[in-house]
Design a protein around this ligand. Sequence first.
Ligand SMILES: NC(=O)c1ccc[n+]([C@@H]2O[C@H](COP(=O)([O-])OP(=O)(O)OC[C@H]3O[C@@H](n4cnc5c(N)ncnc54)[C@H](OP(=O)(O)O)[C@@H]3O)[C@@H](O)[C@H]2O)c1
Length: 339
Amino acid sequence: MAPNSELKNLIAQFSSVPKVSGVDLTGRNVIVTGGSGGLGLESALVFAKLNPARLIITARSLESGGKAVEQIFKATGYRCETWVLNLMDLKSVEAFATKAKTELERLDVLLSNAGVAATQYIVSAHGYESGCQVNNISNSLLCLLLLPLLIQTATLPPPIGSKSPKFTPRITIVSSVLHYKVKTLPVLGAGEEGRTLELMSEKKRFSNDTYQDTKAINLLNAQTLISLLPPVKDGNPTVLINTVDPGFCDTGILRTASGFFRIGVAIATALVARTAEAGARNLVYASLKETSQGAYIATCKEQEAGDFVIGEKGRQVGAMIWEEMKSIWMKEGIVYLFM
Ligand SMILES: NC(=O)c1ccc[n+]([C@@H]2O[C@H](COP(=O)([O-])OP(=O)(O)OC[C@H]3O[C@@H](n4cnc5c(N)ncnc54)[C@H](OP(=O)(O)O)[C@@H]3O)[C@@H](O)[C@H]2O)c1
């Protein structure tokens, strides 16, 4: 039984989250999705102090990304870049990945952080509910399209001047402790071959709980990405792929909440939320430390993930969702390796 309970989560909220030290990013390239605010911005502020060759933060507009670039520059003296990425649009994901593959010789860290906790029912132009679209269909496509660049990076020598020469390129996917509460997926998975995201996207099924299902899918998709990697060499993975829970943090993630839910969020935030800076330490830990392959990290420690995602049923549903996403990507004419 995976260890999770409300009490454990509450205690975790008050546990200290250590700052990561001893990692140098000289000569390395880092991408942080959703870097315009919240946990992504706080993570970028830490990376900026570690001397990366290029630090790219994504934003939906150059204006919001530019503001974050200025904020990071003022705080650290490091000027990062902002590139546009809209995860509601698969063509934007494809264009972003093409730019990265064209402009970057290496990619050492992809922090797949951008995400939504939808409190209103919004459907993307592709026909999927915004949480499914952003957190799963688009985020997974971005990871998949950038995977060859990360694999290629693993074959390169350490950058000149690096003080951390033994660094495994990685993808860190931001999930949530709420993945333990996955609700709809175990039910939808039965007999609904290839239609999980489609069914999850139906208006009648939408609720605040949809979020926890999308966060469970984050972990399932991480496992599929791992299965696509070249075989392990000398006991070391080519690319590390891990997932992370920041804890409940005071960010803009529930900015669209309304009514009683909004009041509840405000009270919970005042009582137990971590600051975005403290929550981001988890993301930085997962992005920089040599964790186990496929690790799920919370409070800067590897933890056992939820029963559903680590069980046989989760494996089957994960495989079905991946096939469904492949057909969605292909419908948009998006070409990728590992087809
Ligand atoms: N805060 C928490 O308590 C908590 C707990 C567990 C997990 N998480 C996870 O942590 C991650 C970061 O969330 P946060 O708390 O920092 O929330 P946030 O302040 O709302 O930041 C979310 C980021 O995602 C970006 N984003 C949203 N929709 C996007 C889209 N369609 N295309 C591209 N980027 C988009 C936002 O960009 P814009 O500025 O353009 O909106 C923003 O930079 C999410 O994956 C979330 O699920 C958060």
